[in-house]
Design a protein around this ligand. Structure first.
Ligand code: NAD
Length: 356
């Protein structure tokens, strides 16, 4: 409930979407319609790019990973996401990426919505990737190589099916158990799923290559000689200083598209290039003010790192949907004394009657 919807004397409560309710919401809407809906919400917000406050995310790096805060505002709503990235977590039975996020009313500063965002990040990242590819990949693309078959991979595959019309994914992971898991999860999805024994095998015949691996180093998932002309690369896993997936020679042959250059130059594949290497901002391609793919032989690269506006769009989308479906619980997150200046009196009145 936003503060202006609150009746006098009524307690201000903040709707919260738990992991359980997020799963129920995805099943209620349907996974592919949800991915499409999120892509539409992101595209709509990218089309009003100049109206957002934009800043690179605030990152706290440690030996095993990173914890990041991702804020933005459109002047009416403020949003942020808390997210981590810990490539070694999987070995301890933990997620590489976990997240939660919040929307607040700019006028009062009051939080109006809180949500889990581990699932929502996987959904919005996949929606963003497929949205970028809708504008950049060859229109005739039917096959995607999916390198890195961890938590994000099925969401990526299904978003490219729903939004770009691909019908085949070629899976590869250094860990064959991850590939077996992804193949199992995608069985019956309508995609033809092929498990491959190497990255070279996975990219055979693919018009789109998604790299979605997790390793805290300058990795080389794709070498220059592996990438032919006319390909679209969706590079997801290079999203931190010192954490990349592509050989720099690929970047020099590619038309590079990014979310927010000040963040991507620090975190993306392009951290390997000169700081003034030309890149194109995706919102301008969506708006039609600059071209995306300029010819059938071009290599287009979405150097994805994940930007705050995508999370803002995803939170806004879910906020609307849960109000329709009731899939939330109310949280007592805000102190709400009858006299705003009597916070202390509110505390005193809550003291147990017997003084204990
Ligand atoms: P995950 O740990 O669940 O999966 C990563 C997979 O990569 C694992 O199965 C691992 O075996 C595999 N892998 C590692 N090195 C490999 C190699 N050399 N070749 C092939 N496979 C390899 O992680 P996840 O949640 O799926 O996330 C994947 C990556 O995407 C992470 O780096 C994460 O930080 C990043 N990410 C980016 C965004 C974004 O918006 N750009 C959003 C979410 C996650």
């Amino acid at each position: 409930m936003s503060p202006d919807e609150q009746a006098p004397g009524e307690k201000a409560l903040v709707p919260f979407v738990s992991v359980e309710n997020m799963m129920a919401l995805v099943h209620r809407i349907g996974l592919e319609p949800m991915l499409t809906g999120l892509a539409d919400a992101i595209e709509a917000d990218f089309l009003r790019w100049p109206s957002f406050d934009k800043t690179p995310r605030v990152a706290s790096h440690s030996a095993g990973g990173v914890i990041e805060l991702m804020p933005t505002s459109d002047g009416s709503l403020y949003g942020f996401k808390y997210v981590n990235g810990h490539p070694g977590n999987a070995r301890a039975g933990l997620q590489t990426v976990t997240a939660f996020g919040l929307l607040a009313d700019v006028a009062s500063g009051y939080p109006v919505f809180l949500s889990e965002m581990t699932l929502l990040t996987a959904l919005r990242t996949a929606a963003m990737s497929a949205l970028a590819a809708k504008h950049l990949a060859p229109k005739s693309a039917t096959t995607m190589a999916m390198i890195g078959n961890g938590a994000q991979s099925e969401f990526q595959s299904l978003a490219f099916k729903a939004i770009c019309g691909i019908d085949t994914v070629r899976l590869y992971d250094v860990d064959p158990r991850a590939t077996a898991k992804a193949a199992r999860n995608l069985a019956g999805s309508g995609l033809t799923v092929l498990s491959c024994g190497s990255a070279e095998e996975a990219i055979e015949g693919a018009q789109i290559i998604t790299t979605c691996t997790a390793d805290k180093q300058y990795a080389t998932i794709l070498n220059d000689n592996m990438v032919g002309t006319g390909i679209h690369i969706n590079a997801i896993g290079g999203d931190c200083p010192g954490k990349t997936e592509l050989h720099p020679d690929i970047l020099r042959r590619s038309d590079i598209f990014v979310e927010f250059p000040p963040q991507t130059r620090v975190e993306g594949e392009i951290q390997q290039l000169d700081p003034d290497h030309p890149v194109t901002e995706l919102w301008q391609v969506f708006a039609g003010t600059v071209p995306g793919r300029t010819g059938p032989d071009r290599i287009t690269l979405f150097d994805s790192v994940g930007f705050a506006i995508e999370d803002f769009s995803a939170l806004r989308f879910v906020f609307d949907k849960v109000r329709e479906t009731g899939l939330f619980v109310d949280l007592d997150l805000l102190a709400d004394p009858d006299d705003p200046r009597d916070l202390f009196g509110m505390l005193q009145r809550a003291a147990p009657a017997n003084g204990r």
